[in-house]
Design a protein around this ligand. Structure first.
Ligand SMILES: [Zn+2]
Length: 374
């Protein structure tokens, strides 16, 4: 056994705050990526580099077996003007992005120390990835690139760490989404003199009404939302263009495809004099899942119980694990701690169970090669 865990918890928290202090909005992760790269070098990891989308890689050498990939996203939902001040109370840390996901990245940086505490030597290499573009419109671009690069080594599993997504949460289903910008184009003109000319706004709201009739399922859960409508220039102008943003979500690729087909048919059938409709796909996150009876999830569940996370729940969510899920490669996303007000400036990380969380993550990573036994 290595150093006692309380000392390591202090180091992890210090590291999480250092990471959180560097702004890292989606698509603007370069500065945080450089910091993480330098820290990976300090920690003596091998093969440290940054790829073209700001993913940072490092490797812990292990035995001869196939590697495991452990990742945490670098980006946050906060723009670069956000006040990143941190406030520490007894077992809480307040600060935008502290749990989501500076803590996850801090776990990557401290992985050697965590494994030392577990007293186990990995049976294969551990490939660490601090990846970009998990949030917002990032479209999982970081994980898509990291997956394409690492899958060549045939990893036994992908383990995604989320700092404040629930200490008891094991994500086994990836909610997929496809997003469209749908625009109407009309002739436009003066609202009095040109009355009768085609209006993009009138066309778009009629089409929007049709789209709200999309059929969805409860199991697998599927949803849709028209979140934004924009268009027109003034109250007395017949609009020439108008657009809406449509978000389709499902736990399965089949239903997602089915909803996309429905949308296409609705648009094809829609006809209004002198109105043209154009569609642009602005987001594509595949869905997928892993069976709760699979060896990887059985291992995770047993470690959660062993480390005192007795309320372990299997959840669905949109995380970096969607990418390996969608390719049927064993994967899981693990919540490290509990958080409050995640994605808000008032975000708070609950650190009370951090010592057990270190054990939980350390045991899952170090035992992943034995998962068939669970
Ligand atoms: Zn996150």
């Amino acid at each position: 056994m290595g150093k006692p865990i309380p000392e390591l918890v202090k180091k992890i928290i210090k590291e999480a705050i250092a990471i959180q202090q560097i702004p890292s909005p989606t698509f603007e992760e370069a500065k945080r990526a450089r910091y993480v790269k330098n820290r990976f070098v300090d920690e003596n990891f091998s093969e440290v580099f940054i790829d073209s989308v700001n993913n940072v890689y490092a490797r812990i050498k292990g035995g001869e077996k196939h590697p495991v990939v452990v990742s945490a996203h670098l980006d946050t939902v906060f723009d670069s003007s956000c006040d990143l001040s941190v406030r520490i109370e007894e077992d809480k840390i307040f600060g935008p992005g502290i749990g989501d996901n500076s803590l996850g990245v801090a776990f990557l940086l401290m992985m050697k120390h965590i494994l030392q505490c577990m007293g186990e030597r990995p049976e294969g290499d551990i490939i660490l990835v601090a990846n970009a573009c998990e949030e917002g419109t990032g479209d999982l671009r970081g994980m898509k690139e990291a997956f394409a690069r690492t899958i060549k080594e045939n990893p036994i599993a992908y383990i995604v760490l989320e700092g404040s997504s629930g200490a008891d949460c094991i994500y086994t289903r990836g909610v997929g989404s496809i997003r469209f910008k749908i625009s109407a184009h009309g002739r436009g003109g003066h609202s009095w003199h040109d009355f009768g000319n085609s209006s993009a706004v009138h066309g778009l709201v009629k089409l929007a009404a049709v789209l709200t009739e999309l059929s969805v399922t409860v199991e697998p859960r599927s949803t849709f939302n028209i979140g934004v409508i924009t268009g027109g220039t003034s109250i007395n102008t017949i609009a020439q263009t108008a657009s809406l943003l449509l978000d389709l979500r499902s736990e399965t690729c089949d239903w997602l495809d089915h909803m996309v087909q429905q949308v296409k048919q609705m648009i094809d059938k829609f006809s209004m004099d002198d109105i043209t409709i154009t569609t642009e796909k602005i987001g594509d996150r595949p869905s997928g899942m892993i069976s709760v009876a699979s060896p990887l999830i059985s291992l995770c569940h047993s470690v959660f119980l062993e480390t005192g996370f007795n309320d372990a729940k299997f959840k669905s969510g949109s995380t970096d694990a969607n990418i390996p899920f969608s390719e049927n490669v064993p994967a899981v996303c693990i919540g490290i701690c509990d958080g409050q007000d995640v994605h808000k400036p008032s975000e708070c990380l609950m650190t009370g169970s951090m010592d057990r969380a270190v054990e939980k993550v350390g045991k899952i990573v170090s035992r992943v090669w034995q998962m068939e036994k669970f």
